[in-house]
Design a protein around this ligand. Structure first.
Ligand code: FAD
Length: 298
């Protein structure tokens, strides 16, 4: 693609009605964190995201907090909220009760996940004997309870527990066939991994949107740790860009902005029109990235 064509694809939001963004938050643990959470929601809400999602802690540990946050996002912030939900450590009846709780507070969007065992991501997942077996099973269960908009997880570098690509894509297809509306990807730092993954999925007959999950690197040390735990690799060039910046927060922040800007504009040039941002409850970098995509607050 030549430069002018590339720039032309980066039009303003008014000219890009197809452009969609969503933001992911985690439920705050303390009062101070909660204040920051609402401050960030307040800054990002005017960007008119498709939804703001709130994660579900390992083993359902944040069940009450996730519910409280999604309720307030919907009622007070006036933004559609999506609640994450996992199958870990609960019976079907218990999970169905949580889904009805979402329904009762007007939450119509669920990010349906298997989750990981409480012992850690690398350990084999053993479903509760009376529980949902995996994300595909959970999607089918949610569909029985109501007409929810459902997102599921996808892995541009393959889920670490998938024995091969065929099994990985088959698993995604099961989730979609059971009623999921879109897939949101795990963080990735090589756009070629994402583009190849989308190609594999399309070849397998998966037609729903596969929304790239973008992780801005607020702290290279922290994000490297997250990436290692979830099976996302960090390319050598990325390590080199952040090398020696642990004690230089200003340059670190500038490099982080440049890296994320490069990632989203490249994807935009590839025709990607939907983006999901892992905010870690912060707004600054994501606000800047949304502007690059032509999305400004009202
Ligand atoms: P699934 O799609 O059920 O399966 C993952 C893998 O398990 C498959 O690739 C396959 O290898 C294996 N598998 C599944 N079913 C079968 C089967 N029938 N036979 C053989 N193998 C099978 N975690 C949280 O705890 N809380 C969150 O809020 C959360 N949010 C997330 C949001 C996004 C966008 C993403 C990408 C991940 C999120 N996670 C969250 C992490 C997620 O729970 C883990 O990645 C987990 O390891 C897999 O969940 P899944 O829904 O992809 O599982």
């Amino acid at each position: 693609m030549i430069a002018d064509e590339s720039r032309a694809s980066r039009q303003t939001a008014d000219q890009r009605p197809d452009l969609q963004i969503s933001f992911e938050f985690f439920p705050p643990k303390t009062d101070a964190m909660e204040e920051k959470f609402w401050e960030s929601i307040g800054k990002l809400a005017p960007l008119k995201p498709r939804f703001v999602s709130v994660t579900y802690g390992a083993g359902g540990s944040t069940r009450e907090r996730t519910l409280r946050m999604v309720r307030r996002i919907t009622t007070d912030a006036g933004v559609p909220a999506a609640a994450h939900l996992t199958c870990v450590g609960a019976t079907r009846d218990e999970i169905n009760e949580v889904i009805r709780g979402f329904q009762d507070v007007g939450v119509k969007r669920i990010v349906a996940l298997r989750g990981d065992p409480p012992e850690g991501v690398g350990q084999p997942f053993v479903p509760h004997p009376e529980g949902y077996q995996n994300a595909a099973d959970l999607v089918a269960g949610i569909k029985k309870l109501g007409d929810f908009d459902i997102s599921v997880a996808a892995y541009p570098e393959k889920h670490p527990q998938s024995p091969n690509w065929e099994a990985d894509i088959d698993n995604l297809k099961r989730k979609i066939d059971n009623g999921a509306d879109r897939a949101i990807t795990q963080m990735f730092f090589r756009n070629s991994d994402y583009l190849r993954f989308v190609e594999r999925a399309r070849k397998a007959g998966i037609t729903v949107p596969i929304v790239p999950g973008i992780q801005p690197i607020h702290s290279f040390k922290q994000i490297s740790g997250f990436a290692a735990r979830c099976g996302a690799s960090i390319p050598v060039w990325l390590i080199e860009r952040f090398e020696g910046l642990n004690d230089d927060p200003e340059t670190h922040a500038l490099v982080a902005a440049a890296v994320a800007a490069e990632q989203v504009t490249e994807l935009l040039d590839e025709g990607v029109t939907e983006f999901h941002f892992y905010t870690l409850n912060r707004s600054n970098l994501v606000l800047a990235l949304a502007r690059l995509l032509g999305r400004r607050p009202d």
